[in-house]
Design a protein around this ligand. Structure first.
Ligand code: PXP
Length: 250
């Protein structure tokens, strides 16, 4: 089955609206795990708009599955992540004005800066994933940099309105997933995935993991978080899989 990572940022967004203690993203993470999530994702942003440093530390101590920390390459954030030692980091671009991560990391342009950061994490046995657009050059650069995992940005696919554009974006994703797999990378995908558009993504057998936040938290308002996660897990089960890499075993 394709693995599900649930991003709990939006639980923290709600808490930060009143700067209190609830809803607690750690409590949410435990519910997600009990409902079938295989990893928990959170993004420690430089402006700390939702997830706080303490949340990441508590998640690391509390959850039973893998903690996947999304983060920029900013020195302060890299140092915080090296201290926390999550199972995995996902390096993403970050702009203060953006509502959410708007595109993939330009791993071609940033190769020289990325290399020592990736190596520092790998020395600590932290898996590194690079969040990239589904572009051949970027997949090749990610492989050259020695990242074990790439997460393909699915925004173009998820945001396409016209059927033809959606079809084109899906084929681009398919090609990128196949290329990533051929390069020996573990291929994940995420951004804007929901209960409808996930149906075609699960058919791409090279994609081993999806990371989903917004649509699950939004659905949870109507059906509760447990059921929202269970419904997504059920959709993911319908896909045919390649032999998976050993990512979950770490
Ligand atoms: N994966 C990455 C790397 C992301 O930056 C995000 C957005 O935080 C997601 C997955 C989840 O996106 P969404 O909240 O749209 O499901």
């Amino acid at each position: 089955m394709i693995r599900l990572g649930v991003n709990v940022d939006h639980i923290a967004t709600l808490r930060q609206a009143r700067r209190g203690e609830r809803p607690d993203p750690v409590e949410a993470a435990l519910l997600c795990e009990r409902s079938g999530a295989q990893s928990i994702v959170c993004h420690l942003r430089e402006d700390r708009r939702h997830i706080q440093d303490q949340d990441v530390q508590r998640l690391k101590r509390t959850i039973a599955t893998r903690l996947n920390l999304e983060m920029s390459m900013a020195r302060g954030i890299v140092n915080a992540a090296l201290r926390i030692t999550p199972a995995q980091v996902t390096l993403v671009p970050e702009r203060r004005q953006e509502l959410t991560t708007e595109g993939g990391l330009d791993v071609v342009r940033l190769s020289a800066a990325l290399r020592p950061i990736i190596q520092a994490f790998q020395r600590r046995k932290i898996d590194v994933s690079l969040f990239i657009d589904p572009v051949p050059d970027h997949l090749e650069a990610a492989a050259r940099l020695g990242a074990r995992i790439v997460e393909l940005h699915t925004g173009c696919y998820a945001n396409a309105r016209a059927q033809a554009a959606k079809g084109r974006a899906l084929r681009t994703l398919e090609r990128a997933a196949r290329q990533g797999r051929a390069l020996g990378l573990v291929v994940a995908a995420g951004h804007g995935l929901d209960y409808e558009n996930i149906r075609d993504v699960v058919e791409i057998s090279e994609i081993e993991e999806v990371n989903i936040g917004f649509s699950i938290v939004a659905r949870a308002l109507w059906v509760g978080l447990e059921r929202a996660v269970q419904e997504m897990v059920a959709l993911l089960k319908s896909g045919v899989r390649e032999q998976p890499h050993a990512i979950a075993a770490r």
